[in-house]
Design a protein around this ligand. Structure first.
Ligand SMILES: *Cc1c(COP(=O)(O)O)cnc(C)c1O
Length: 381
């Protein structure tokens, strides 16, 4: 397909041409048994990730991430674990950013050693600190940017350069940015994974994950993913593909709302600090400007007063539900100290900058002025 722009790819890439009915959308093929066909395509079977509904969604993701190939998996964690387990052999070592998603952190810290896989956690955004953790048996560098919940930014070009010099494979979790705001493969990163449960699905009604890369690496991930079996069923693959058609439109509004809320909250006397890469005083702002087309819908705010006061503000919000997860059309808020970092000790949390009255905001796609008015009344109520 011609290299169309992202909005066009969202609508058209990967669409399955249904010659039977001539319908314009991809059909949901729920068959788990397919007639045998001699030829290079081989056997069609859901767990082989090759039924047409799965392939259509995968082709759309591959086009959006500018990857040669992609897989749709049953969850973000299925994408993370299938990627890490396929790219490492017994005795290999991974350099892993300490601030990665809690589930990923848990897998790395509590499961990898069972497979004789080693790791070093890096509590820094500085590429030099990633490099300092590289050992002779290091194979993989695993990271996120922006991170949860303080939106730290890691320089994609610098990590790709490090990986080329030291012959490592880089894996990024691109969930917060989405392919609309950031294409890591363009910067030389090797593998992109997503929790599709967030922005890709985008309507808080779907659990899925994706992995995308060049064919050589996807073939390795594919072999392991078939054995691990974390495939997504056809109805959900269809729902993902349908959601992706509006991804570009949704993310544009998430970006507008994230930026507007950050700018408003930064000026409010009841807010101590705002963390958003779109603000010029954010430490990663310049890097984010170079590698992102938009700064996203995720931001965090340190509210004035103690946690009870912060709870009061959150309870007064009308449009922002106090709920976990992120990336849906509806706006949400949560307390990272009670959710993603609940198991981290108060001292460690303080060292990370995650205070008791830090509120994470997932800006939805509602009208911008309604969202700002809601925060204004909640802060002043
Ligand atoms: C939610 C999330 C995951 C895990 O995704 P699931 O779909 O819940 O398995 C991984 N990475 C990030 C950044 C996430 O936000």
């Amino acid at each position: 397909m011609t290299d169309f722009s992202l909005l066009t790819k969202c609508v058209h890439s990967g669409n399955y041409q249904d010659e039977t009915s001539r319908g314009v959308i991809t059909p949901i093929y729920i068959s788990s048994s397919y007639r045998f066909l001699r030829g290079p395509e081989g056997v069609c079977y859901p767990r082989y990730y090759n039924i047409p509904t799965q392939k259509a969604a995968a082709a759309k993701i591959a086009a959006l991430e500018k990857a040669e190939s992609a897989l749709i998996l049953a969850s973000g964690m299925a994408a993370v674990t299938s990627s890490l387990l396929s790219l490492m052999e017994s005795g290999d070592h991974a350099v892993v950013q300490a601030g990665v998603y809690g589930g990923t952190h848990h897998f790395v810290a509590s499961e990898m050693s069972r497979f004789n896989l080693e790791f070093t956690l890096v509590s820094s955004d500085d590429p030099a600190d990633f490099e300092a953790a590289v050992q002779s048996n290091t194979r993989v560098v695993y990271f996120e940017t922006p991170t949860n919940p303080l939106l730290h930014i890691v320089d994609l070009d610098a990590l790709a350069d490090l990986a080329k010099r030291r012959n490592l494979t880089t894996v990024i979790d691109n969930t917060f940015a989405t392919p609309i705001n950031q294409n890591p493969l363009d910067h030389g990163i090797d593998v992109v994974v997503h929790s599709g449960t967030k922005y890709l699905g985008g309507h808080s009604d779907l659990c899925c994950g994706v992995a995308a890369s060049r064919q050589e690496l996807m073939s390795r991930i594919y072999e392991t993913a078939v054995n691990l079996g974390g495939v997504l069923g056809a109805p959900e693959c269809y729902r993902l593909e349908r959601s992706l058609k509006t991804l570009g439109l949704r993310v544009a509004q998430h970006n507008r709302n994230g930026q507007a809320l950050a700018e408003f909250l930064q000026t409010h006397p009841r807010v101590r600090k705002v963390y958003y890469p779109g603000l010029p005083d954010h430490p990663g702002h310049e890097t984010a400007r170079r590698q992102m087309r938009g700064f996203g819908g995720m931001l965090s705010v340190e509210l004035d007063g103690d946690q009870d006061a912060a709870f009061g503000v959150v309870e007064r919000l009308e449009l922002f539900a106090h709920a976990v997860s992120l990336g849906g059309v509806e706006s949400l808020v949560c307390f990272p100290c009670l959710t993603s970092h609940a198991k981290v000790s108060p001292e460690e949390r303080a060292a990370l900058g995650i205070g008791d009255s830090l509120v994470r905001i997932s800006a939805g796609i509602e009208d911008t002025s309604d969202l700002i008015a809601d925060w204004k009344q909640a802060l002043e109520g």
